[in-house]
Design a protein around this ligand. Structure first.
Ligand SMILES: NC(=O)c1ccc[n+]([C@@H]2O[C@H](COP(=O)([O-])OP(=O)(O)OC[C@H]3O[C@@H](n4cnc5c(N)ncnc54)[C@H](OP(=O)(O)O)[C@@H]3O)[C@@H](O)[C@H]2O)c1
Length: 200
């Protein structure tokens, strides 16, 4: 099977978990021209813990905004530019190649989860193939430019399997809820509205 067939064939491989990890405000906002709309060190710590040791897939714009490879993870960057290079990074030109590289890395290191870390364009590409979404819902509405494709929940059914609330504190100005949403064939499908309300 060629690369694009691997990606187009539907859910990629039952043994492989493709997970999106994203932090969004109530409206689906995820980014500004310069990066994240908020500073939440607690959520960054949790992001680090959940992604550590795993292959991570990101868009070229997210990579440029981070400015370096994230340590302890196999960094895969998607770009259409065949000449793009970045330190300590595996550069690929198709989503299928990103999955192929992640699978090769998992064969070397063990594990079964590839983490898609954004941004919006990359979430849109991988959403139909995602088995899980780690969603941090930041309490508030912020100004910015980039949105998570929240409308996709209406087309691809996910159900919340875990929720944890983190109140604001002296280091984190905004409260947040972290949900794990798993793709479901038979469970209740959560829309963006039900995710906000905490119930279907
Ligand atoms: N809140 C969060 O959790 C979170 C997480 C990550 C990012 N962000 C934010 O999101 C924003 C960036 O998101 P974005 O949507 O603008 O950009 P992005 O998704 O990071 O990157 C887009 C780029 O990826 C490449 N690309 C996209 N689809 C491709 C495909 N099918 N094949 C090959 N390459 C492809 C293209 O690179 P080329 O132009 O080089 O061809 C495209 O310009 C920033 O504000 C960032 O801070 C937020």
């Amino acid at each position: 099977m060629n690369e694009s067939a691997i990606f187009d064939a539907g859910r990629i491989d039952p043994a492989l978990r493709v997970s999106l990890i994203v932090a969004s405000d109530r409206t689906g906002l995820i980014g500004t021209d310069t990066g994240l709309p908020w500073h939440l060190p607690g959520d960054l710590r949790r992001f680090r813990a959940v992604t550590m040791g795993k292959p991570i897939v990101m868009g070229r714009k997210t990579r440029d905004s981070i400015g370096r490879a994230l340590p302890g993870r196999f960094n895969i960057v998607l770009t259409h530019n065949p000449d793009y290079r970045a330190d300590d990074t595996c550069v690929v030109n198709t989503p299928a190649a990103a999955i192929t590289q992640a699978v090769e890395e998992l064969k070397r290191t063990g594990g079964n989860e590839v983490m898609v870390i954004g941004g919006a364009e990359i979430y849109r590409v991988f959403f139909p193939r995602a088995d899980r979404v780690y969603l941090t819902l930041v309490d508030g509405e912020f100004a910015g430019t980039t949105r998570f494709p929240t409308e996709k929940f209406a087309h691809y059914p996910f159900t919340a399997t875990s929720e944890t609330v983190f109140p604001a504190d002296e280091k984190n100005a905004h409260a947040c809820r972290i949900l794990i949403l798993d793709r479901t064939e038979s469970g209740p499908a959560w829309t963006w509205e039900s995710i906000q309300n905490g119930t279907t």
